[in-house]
Design a protein around this ligand. Structure first.
Ligand SMILES: [Mg+2]
Length: 431
């Protein structure tokens, strides 16, 4: 028989995350049905008040209006959600050094051996973590604790919202008996159908079969899941993914606000230069580039692009930024801030070149920017800047409107399509 806690893995899952963050940021929305996803035409996240009215993720908005006419329908604000996500993982890391960021609102946390440190049982540690998330972020999270990641993930779903479910070795069979096959992490609909054909009804039926049954039916993954559900620690909690979540963000508010395209563009360009300089200083390259503009009315628009290869070269990223800028800049609108995020940062070397890319050009531009960085280090960041940024050195032209044309083109050998996979997302912010 299994000991109760040979190992303790926690799965922390924020409840109705996007909707909860909106309610945390806008307390006047608390207690009201709130959904996000206005820009997609379907529900991305629904607050518990909306869920109670039958509104669920994926429901089309016109249907929401019928189900719940007083529902507050908001556009997604990924910038804020990412910030809350980051803070939630930071709180988790205060409790354990081994935290895996599984998605924006879910993570695993290795708690084995920490009971003595916190003078309480694993449930107590989870309660303190929940408490910290609630008091610091004003959102709730549900926590599942068990012997493996698969079991912990089942546990966190068990009591929601703001629940804690801890299932030690001696009680796993009780949990599994109440778990239908389709709730098991890793069982897709085909697998469920196949297992049902063999007469299985729940997760307990699955682990009661010999290992060879799982292995014959589903190969390596079957064997792994069989072990995980029996409480073996097969899938390790890996803190490495944290790097993937690293991002560098440069935002600047300017006064007075400006409707001048060239000025706003120059601001965005300067954000990009600063972000790239910082990335290069840390030897990091980004796989994703995000641009956001914020208007005088605190509305905003943002766009993100997946890059062909990881890069921290301003030269390479300018055309991508320019495309996004074209798409979201609205003439006649007063803007008060621009921001650029380099996301999915990874170690810069070895560079991954695509087949279609002009490697010589990419390497040359990398060398050029190394020189820029050296000068920047000696004489200050923006001693050398891209030509378009020159507008910032002149007196701010205000509403006069400059006529200089922006020049930007994709790298040689890259088609626009390869260069930019747009639009990945588009959102508006309202504050
Ligand atoms: Mg969640």
């Amino acid at each position: 028989m299994l000991r109760s806690w040979p190992r303790a893995i926690a799965h922390v899952d924020a409840d109705a995350f996007f909707a909860s963050v909106e309610q945390a940021v806008h307390p006047e929305l608390k207690g009201r049905p709130v959904i996000t996803g206005a820009e997609r035409g379907i529900v991305s996240a629904a607050s518990y008040e909306a869920k109670a009215r039958g509104v669920a993720r994926g429901v089309p908005l016109h249907h929401v209006k019928k189900l719940c006419p007083d529902c507050v329908i908001l556009p997604s604000d990924y910038e804020t959600y990412s910030l809350y996500s980051k803070r939630m993982f930071e709180i988790m890391r205060r409790f354990s050094p081994i935290v895996e960021e599984y998605s924006i609102d879910e993570g695993f946390c290795e708690l084995t051996g920490l009971r003595r440190l916190f003078h309480c049982d694993y449930r107590g540690i989870a309660a303190r973590m929940q408490e910290a998330i609630l008091t610091e972020l004003d959102i709730t999270a549900s926590v599942g604790i068990s012997l493996s990641k698969s079991l912990a993930k089942l546990c966190s779903k068990f009591r929601k919202p703001h629940g804690i479910t801890a299932v030690g070795g001696r009680h796993i069979h009780l949990l599994l008996a109440r778990t239908p096959l389709e709730k098991v992490w890793g069982f897709g609909s085909n697998t469920v159908a196949l297992l049902a054909k063999h007469g299985l009804k729940n997760a307990l039926d699955f682990v009661d079969r010999p290992e060879s049954f799982a292995s014959n039916l589903m190969g390596k993954i079957g064997r792994e899941l069989w072990g995980e559900l029996r409480g073996e620690y097969v899938y390790k909690v890996s803190a490495e993914d944290a790097d993937r979540q690293l991002s560098i963000s440069k935002t600047k508010t300017f006064t007075p606000p400006s409707a001048d395209r060239n000025y706003v563009w120059a601001r965005a360009l300067r954000n990009l230069e600063s972000a790239c300089i910082k990335a290069r200083r840390h030897g990091l390259a980004a796989r994703r580039l995000v641009l956001h503009l914020r208007t005088q009315q605190f509305e905003g628009a943002g766009l993100e692009a997946k890059l062909v290869r990881a890069s921290s070269s301003t030269n390479e990223l300018v055309p991508v930024l320019a495309e996004m800028f074209e798409k979201i800049f609205k003439p006649g609108t007063l803007y008060r801030a621009t921001g650029v995020v380099l996301a999915e940062l990874a170690d810069e070397r070895p560079a991954q070149f695509t087949l279609f890319e002009d490697v010589g050009h990419a390497l040359a531009s990398e060398r050029a920017f190394e020189a820029v960085d050296e000068i920047a280090e000696r004489f200050g960041k923006h001693t050398i800047f891209l030509a378009d940024g020159a507008v910032l050195s002149e007196q701010h032209a205000g509403e006069r409107g400059l006529t200089a044309e922006r020049k930007s083109r994709p790298l040689k050998g890259e088609t626009k399509r390869q260069h930019l996979k747009l639009p990945l997302l588009r959102f508006n912010l309202r504050h």
